[in-house]
Write a protein that binds this ligand. Structure first.
Ligand code: ZN
Length: 237
């Protein structure tokens, strides 16, 4: 599972990768119901790769991110954000790959990170069958999309003890489980379209974690709702 509790996580990831000089700041981002944090419409988003990765790996990430492009009125420009390269400290979104997990900062919250810190971690490798869907999901957060399973109308019949047991076994704290799985997004704080269990922003939900017969499989592609959400978030005049 990914996480929106990202500020510290990202710093730790960057530190582990040896590229962050800022391990001391303690400011953290905790919000109750994220307001929309969309990027200014009709602008260019500079997307920087801040660590070393193979060209083919980079191309696969670019290809996946570009799947969002037709649905937003934004231009995506990819740059080399490593130290000593023109894109250093310049990326609006700064991608770190040399880590085991996947996270993203929510929309323009990325501006709160120091310019040398990652705003997105994509630890998943192109050989993983969920590579494309994971990049799509994380970049959805970067564009300001919330978790669909936390939609105000997502009436998931969670079997709470099993949910905690399942995610705790995967190494997640109760806080993270509450924040990234269970908490409902406030209905008045978001751009709202009807709940969609096929959204790329929805976690898979195993039947064992719900009461009764209720499950969601792996959503691997952008749903119609995902596309419509971005069209409304970044409309073409
Ligand atoms: Zn997520």
């Amino acid at each position: 599972m990914d996480s929106l509790l990202t500020r510290n996580s990202l710093r730790l990831a960057a530190k582990a990768a040896g590229i962050s000089p800022s391990a001391t700041t303690t400011r953290t981002k905790r919000s109750v119901g994220y307001p929309p944090k969309f990027w200014p419409n009709a602008t260019t988003l500079l997307i920087a790769f801040i660590d070393e990765l193979e060209q083919q790996h980079k191309e696969k990430i670019v290809e996946a991110i570009n799947q969002w492009q037709p649905y937003v009125n934004l231009r995506f420009e990819f740059v080399d954000g490593r130290e000593g390269h023109p894109g250093y400290l310049k990326g609006d979104i700064r991608i770190l790959t040399n880590f085991s997990q996947n996270y993203s900062v929510f929309g323009t919250d990325a501006k709160q990170n120091d310019p040398w810190d990652a705003t997105m971690v994509l630890g998943i490798k192109p050989s993983d069958p969920k590579f494309v869907s994971t990049v799509l999901h994380e970049f959805g957060h970067a564009l300001g999309a919330e978790h669909e399973h936390q939609h105000p109308e997502a009436d998931i019949p969670w079997d709470l003890p099993k949910v905690y047991e399942y995610y705790t076994a995967k190494g997640h704290s109760k806080d993270v489980i509450d924040e990234s799985v269970l908490r409902r997004v406030s209905a008045d704080a978001v751009l709202m379209l009807p709940y969609d269990r096929h959204s790329i922003m929805h976690y898979p939900v195993d039947n064992a974690l719900t009461i009764g017969d209720w499950a969601v499989g792996d959503n691997l592609t952008l749903s119609d709702k995902d596309k419509e959400f971005m069209r409304r978030a970044y409309p073409r005049e």
